[in-house]
Each structure stands twice: as C-alpha cells, then as structure tokens.
Design a protein around this ligand. Sequence first.
Ligand SMILES: O=C1C[C@@](O)(C(=O)O)C[C@@H](O)[C@@H]1O
Length: 328
Amino acid sequence: MGLTPRVRRAAPGLYKTGVFYILKPRHQWPHGVLICGAVPVRKARDVERALEAPVPCLELRLDYLEAGLVEVRRVLEEAVARRTVIFTVRRREEGGAWRGGEEERAELYLKLLDLSPHYIDVEAESPIIRQVAGAKGGSRLIASRHDFEKTPPLEVLTQWARRAAELGDVVKIVTYAREPGDGLRVLSLIGAAPKPTVAFAMGPAGAYTRVAAAALGSPIMYVSLGEATAPGQISADAYYAALLAVGIAPEGEGLPAMREALDWIDGGLMYLLKRRLEVCRDMGRLKKAAGLAIYDDAREAQVLRRAGDFKQIFELVVQMCKAVQIVA
Ligand SMILES: O=C1C[C@@](O)(C(=O)O)C[C@@H](O)[C@@H]1O
C-alpha cells in the first residue's frame, strides 16, 4: 500500500512503514488489520449482544463491569471460543471506567487470564503490568498508552512506544488529535517500533487516522458496536465502508475467507445505502420547504444511466429513496 508523495513529505516517519506486521489472531485479514468491536461490559447481556455483531474481534472493556466476574464468566468463555478477544480493565488515569484500586484490578486481570483470551490490554505505565505480563501464559500482551487530551511531540511518543515494546507483544499508542497534523505524528510510530504497533489518534480531527493506520499496517483497529468507548470511534459498518473506499478489503483463499470478504463488503454497502436514504430524507424536507416537486424525472434518468450494469439494482434504490422523500 504505497503512500502518496504528499503524505510522505508531510510525515517522513510514515514512509518507513510498508512492513505490515502480520499477527496470528484467529480472524486475520490478509493485509493484517483486525477489526475489533470495543464493548463496555456492564453485564452478560452486553457480551451476548456483541457476539451478534459482524466483527471478528471483540475488546471486552471490563472496567465497566457492574456485577462480579462470576456473573459474566460463562459468556466471557463463550466469547473467547467464538471470537478473537481482548480483555481490558482500563484505569481511570487513561480514560477508563475502573473505580477500584490497583491491587483489585490486578486480581481481576489474573482471573481473566484464566480464560485464555487471545490478548490482554494493560497500560504500559501502570504498576501492575509486570505482574500481568508474568502471568499471561499463551495470551498476547498489548502494552498500551493513552492520552485523551493531546498528542505529545514525536520524541515523547517514540519513548512511549519504546517503553511499551519492552513488555508488550503488541505496542498500542492512542492519543487525542487537537488538529489533523497531530494524527500524522502518532501514525509515524507504525512500523517504527520493533513490535507490531497499533497507533492512531482519537477525536474528530483524528478520525482519518483510524483508516490510515490500517493502510499502514496497524494490526488492530477499534470500532464501536453502539456505545463508543472513545471520542472519534466509528461504527463497524462505517469502518468497513471507509476501508473499502481506500481499496482495503480481505482477499483470502477458500470459501470461508471469501464469505467473510462478502460480509465485509455487504457491511460497507449497507452503510452507504443507509447514508443515501438519510441524504434523500433530508432532500425531501428541503424540497417541501422550498415548494419543489419531489420527483425529478431528468435526474432519475441520469442516475439510472450512470448505474450501467447495476441499473436494475438502482431502480429499486431510486424507488426507496423517492419513498423516503415523500414521507420526510
Ligand atoms: O485503546 C483503545 C482504543 C480506543 O480508545 C479508541 O480510541 O477506539 C478504544 C478503547 O476501548 C481501546 O482500549
């Protein structure tokens, strides 16, 4: 995936990438990014619902847990059996919902490791990371660092990534972009560290980095399945559509991988159709307010001409879009 000369000039660090770190999670897209639904887990039902979502990976955020682990243990075991799973108990200092002490948090992590998740996510600077690293067994440790207010200078980011690489199997650096240029700094960490590196920026100004990171070889990307767990997080459908828009889709060999590719493409198509209906609804309101006719035969003929071989499909799409304008 080449970078345009303009991006290379804007962020020399980005140019170094090109080596896609291939992890071996159960559901691996050939180019490497693992799409992961980030799920605030308050009770078992939250996990059951997440297991219905069209994503190969779930980050189960157990810092939100309201009940004890015993209430959700069975469904966590089911999740680990059916998806690639990351367990995270995010502390308050790094944007989490954990309200207990560090000792209690370490205890919960150790109990979660008994369920053999594919990944466990602990903050690189937290006092318990060595204890968790020592007990991780076959689980991979994501050593993470989050800044929910800003994106520090590149030398600080590089130091964070170096520290995280000392203990983590995967490095994760997530900052807040106050303006788009902040995103380029954090993206330049991808491929620069000696370990697979997840790096992107939160917030509206950093939203593009969630797609760019995948194109640059970041191994995991977080999407929302309803309730976002961070600013700028986008929905799974929107993410699939965005990746498709920049030409990223799984190729994969064999029927299962091709079916997963179709699921991915269908998710993107459904997102774009939903967006088309929303725009048409708004257009219906505008036409009514301006006293304009809802139907525009010339425009309809133009859309169907542009549809080419998909004319039949677009005839149905146009009918649906006219219907939403009438009732708008
Ligand atoms: O670190 C991350 C990334 C994230 O903060 C995001 O911006 O999508 C969401 C968190 O749940 C996850 O642990």
